[in-house]
Design a protein around this ligand. Structure first.
Ligand SMILES: NC(=O)C1=CN([C@@H]2O[C@H](COP(=O)(O)OP(=O)(O)OC[C@H]3O[C@@H](n4cnc5c(N)ncnc54)[C@H](O)[C@@H]3O)[C@@H](O)[C@H]2O)C=CC1
Ligand SMILES: O=C(O)[C@@H]1CCC=N1
Length: 266
């Protein structure tokens, strides 16, 4: 039985716990440390073994084999020194926190650390997650981290920790870009005379159509060509996106801003 402690069970922590529990094919004993978590919000989460309000709780039953850090990066500095209470040198710490480097997570302790960057699709098993293994992570540790993160979607590994900033800018924050685009498309549809409700539904379902096509044929350029009739309506719209390289420049500026912010969180 592998003993896991989730520090933080908000959006990301609870998505991972819930997918681990509902898939049920790993022998796991899961506990939560989160001062604001209470039972009764999600039936899968109610199956955890224990809920602790703090890492210093007298009843905490450590050490744990795996600690998942799913708190806000800004909080980590206050908790780092307490990790010694729930870990040994054999523990594997898996972080989903944006920005915080392996060295900072190891602090003065000697557990091994895998940093990951999932996304909000985790709740439905559709995260795109990239991982980086810090020093001393064994092959068994990598395999365990992969098995855990695969429960929430696809898993990729990067060899250079610095690349996690770019990963965060592309796939960690990425879902929000598509949500913002759907909002903009719905607003544009409204301006063209559609009711707000119809414009929103068409925009949302269109993202679903595009996503399903991309999953089947993983080639966005080919798919774009397939929609674009010569001199047709799509060509007219895409010409506006590409005039002065507007869309590329905008996406490049946005991802550079996210990348820079991730570096600041270090
Ligand atoms: N939301 C997203 O789409 C993504 C978030 N992340 C990362 O995941 C981490 C968590 O983000 P979310 O789940 O969105 O935030 P959240 O705010 O939903 O969850 C944070 C949890 O930490 C808990 N918490 C607060 N103080 C605590 C303490 N002293 N000890 C233990 N737990 C405490 C809160 O009660 C809350 O449940 C962040 O570091 C973020 O960078 C990574 C990828 C995507
Ligand atoms: O916005 C953030 O900082 C986190 C990391 C990636 C998605 N949400």
């Amino acid at each position: 039985m592998t003993r896991l402690l989730f520090i933080g069970a908000g959006r990301m922590g609870s998505a991972i716990i819930s997918r681990l529990i509902t898939s049920g094919d790993m022998k796991l004993d899961i506990s939560i440390c989160d001062p604001y978590f209470s039972r009764g919000t999600n039936p899968a989460l109610d199956k955890v073994s224990a809920i602790y309000p703090t890492l210093e709780a007298a009843e905490i039953d450590g050490p744990f084999d795996v600690i998942v850090l799913a708190i806000k990066p800004q909080l980590f500095g206050k908790l780092a020194h307490l990790l010694k209470l729930v870990t040994t040198q054999h523990s594997l710490v898996i972080s989903v926190m944006a920005g915080i480097a392996v060295d900072a997570i190891r602090h003065t302790h000697d557990y091994s650390v895998v940093r990951t960057m999932p996304n909000i699709g985790a709740a439905h098993g559709h995260s795109a997650t990239a991982c980086f293994a810090g020093p001393y992570v064994t092959e068994a540790g990598r395999t365990l981290a992969t098995r855990i993160m695969e429960k929430i979607g696809s898993v990729y590994w990067v060899k250079d920790e610095e690349l996690l900033h770019a990963v965060t800018a592309v796939s960690g924050s990425g879902p929000a870009y598509f949500f913002a685009f759907v909002e903009a498309l719905a607003n544009a549809g409204k301006d063209l005379g559609l009711s707000p409700e119809l414009a929103k539904n068409l925009a949302i379902d269109t993202l679903q159509s595009a996503s399903a096509s991309l999953q089947q044929m993983r080639d966005p350029s080919l798919l774009r060509d397939a929609v674009t009739s010569p001199s047709g309506t799509t060509a007219a719209a895409l010409a506006a996106f590409s005039s002065n390289n507007d869309l590329s420049n905008l996406v490049s500026r946005a991802t550079r801003a996210a990348n820079a912010r991730s570096i600041e969180l270090k």
